[in-house]
Design a protein around this ligand. Structure first.
Ligand code: ADP
Ligand code: MG
Length: 255
């Protein structure tokens, strides 16, 4: 399959009165349609910066991003961005939160609202539409945030450590669950995580970044033999331990 996005020699520095911080250097990789890519790397290496560049929120200082839609069109993919915290507003109901993006972007059409209604049913949140975010569990809030993101019908989802505010057990369930939903929706996804097991269990390919300035240290395609599609199956796959060891070595060797 062809790449929908291709990063070529991307570089970026932050400039401040204190001087220059080189965050990204010579980053090149492609993203295929429908692919799940995980990005891992040391804290502060430039992961969020890279995601902001892909989202178009920051302009690269060097390099280019090529767009290559399978149908030959040249539009940049529609992007949905999900952050570490769910960023739901307490003064709005869960439903009103879910349609916030549509409202702001003047996209409140009948068709899109029907899609949102369907997502509430699919994600088992229908009974909670009129609740306030604080009445929901952590996992439910992330689902609500996902509905808000998917309501805009993005082609490419960018997730920046979306599960790190959840406790370990919830996180195992919610991460598997959310990724299952995103796959079923046929979306392409780039996820940043510092959890190596999460990266192995969710991604088709893992990109390991070096310490700052981030460069691509290694790309690891992941193929797991799965017995069933339960949330924890990936972690019990026979190849899991070897991938973990390989990733661990990449993350800990400094060369
Ligand atoms: P990561 O997400 O991998 O933890 P970031 O992309 O957030 O890393 O940041 C990469 C580096 O750039 C860090 O050293 C950080 O301190 C610096 N940085 C991030 N944002 C800014 C900013 N707005 N101004 C100056 N430096 C920044
Ligand atoms: Mg970050």
């Amino acid at each position: 399959m062809s790449n929908i996005l291709e990063l070529k020699k991307i570089g970026y520095s932050y400039h401040s009165l204190q001087g220059e911080t080189l965050a990204l250097q010579d980053i090149s990789f492609g993203i295929k349609e429908g692919e799940f890519v995980a990005i891992v790397g040391p804290s502060g290496c430039g992961k969020s910066t890279l995601l902001s560049i892909i989202a178009g929120l920051l302009k690269p200082e060097a390099g280019t991003i090529l767009v290559n839609n399978p149908d030959g069109s040249l539009h940049y993919p529609h992007i949905g961005y999900m952050l570490q915290r769910d960023h739901l507003f307490e003064w709005r109901t869960v439903y009103k939160n879910a349609i916030l993006g549509l409202e702001i972007n003047h996209m409140l059409t009948e068709e899109r609202l029907a899609h949102v209604d369907q997502l509430f049913i699919d994600y088992n949140l229908e009974k909670f539409k009129n609740k306030r975010p604080s009445e929901l569990s952590g996992g439910m809030k992330q689902r609500a945030a996902l509905i808000r993101t998917l309501a805009m019908d993005p082609q490419l989802l960018l997730l920046d450590e979306p599960f790190s505010a959840l406790d370990y057990q919830t996180r195992l369930m919610v991460s598997a669950d959310i990724c299952h939903l995103i796959r079923n929706a046929g979306k392409t996804m780039i996820i940043i995580t510092h959890d190596l097991s999460e990266a192995i269990s969710l991604a088709d390919r893992i990109i390991v970044l070096s310490k700052r300035p981030a460069t691509v240290k290694k790309e690891i395609p992941i193929q797991l033999t799965l017995q069933d599609d339960s949330p924890l199956a990936a972690r019990n796959a026979p190849e899991f331990a070897d991938y973990f060891k390989l990733l661990w070595e990449e993350m800990t060797n400094e060369s």
